[in-house]
Design a protein around this ligand. Structure first.
Ligand code: ATP
Length: 223
């Protein structure tokens, strides 16, 4: 589903990542962990085609995407939901409209029932009309997750989804991600939170990839 084959990435002169090889199979749940600045967000952006490898090969959905054209990028991205670290809402639009936006921009109509179900699933039915700045950190993260899955993507990528929320909310977000995985979606989550990873492993067979020293390797069994 996502395959890194000897991928390298550099933001300028010095290489940040090199020799990254990993295969994220369909329906799996993976965490990326590692120190701040190691390159977790960069790897997620590569998987979302927001960045292109400076060397190596990247495949998505069984297709080599290393040099694909812009219009194909848009098509591929529709199959991926991305939860950004900072959520990235349009602050002048109510939450319900923000959540429906990915469908609208891709020219499809959001069904009222689907939107209602999705907001209810993330526990935000009563906040549908609120503006993003009026929401708490945990509500924003749940809304960002709802927006990411609005167009029924095959892969859900989340960058530190529990970064700014308390433990109870972290567990709630984790439960939503686990539910998505049980529905067959491939989940890729970057997190510093080793306790969250241990908690997830009690619920699903999550695999852990450690990013550090310029590359990414499977973490040992201690996690
Ligand atoms: N647009 C950019 N231009 C130049 N350097 C960048 C850019 N984005 C990230 N970097 C650098 O690349 C390195 C890796 O950043 P990245 O955000 O991928 O790390 P991370 O592991 O996700 O960190 P964190 O856990 O703090 O979010 C950092 O040193 C960062 O400063």
């Amino acid at each position: 589903m996502i395959e890194f084959d000897d991928v390298a990435y550099s933001y300028g002169g010095e290489a940040l990542l090199s020799g990254v090889s990993a295969r994220i199979a369909p329906g799996t749940f993976h965490f990326l962990t590692g120190p701040s600045g190691a390159g977790k967000t960069t790897l997620l952006k590569l998987a979302y085609l927001q960045l292109r490898p400076t060397a190596g090969r990247l495949s998505l959905f069984g297709k080599d995407v290393t040099g694909i054209e812009r219009d194909q990028v848009a098509r591929m991205r529709r199959r991926i939901g991305f939860v950004h670290q900072d959520c990235q809402f349009l602050d002048h639009l109510p939450i319900a409209e923000n959540v429906a936006l990915p469908l609208l921009v891709s020219g499809r109509e959001a069904s009222g029932a689907d939107l209602k179900d999705l907001l209810s699933w993330v526990g935000l039915s009563r906040r549908a009309g609120a503006l993003p700045p009026e929401l708490s950190g945990g509500e924003r993260q749940r809304a960002a997750l709802a927006r990411a899955v609005m167009s029924d993507p095959e892969i859900v990528i989340a960058d530190e989804p529990t970064g700014n929320v308390d433990w109870e909310m972290s567990l709630r977000l984790l439960t939503l991600l686990v539910e998505l995985n049980r529905m067959g979606k491939t989940i890729l989550v970057a997190t510093h939170d080793l306790t969250l990873i241990r908690q997830a492993k009690a619920q699903v067979s999550a695999r852990v990839l450690r990013v550090g020293g310029g590359t990414m390797v499977p973490a040992g069994a201690e996690l």
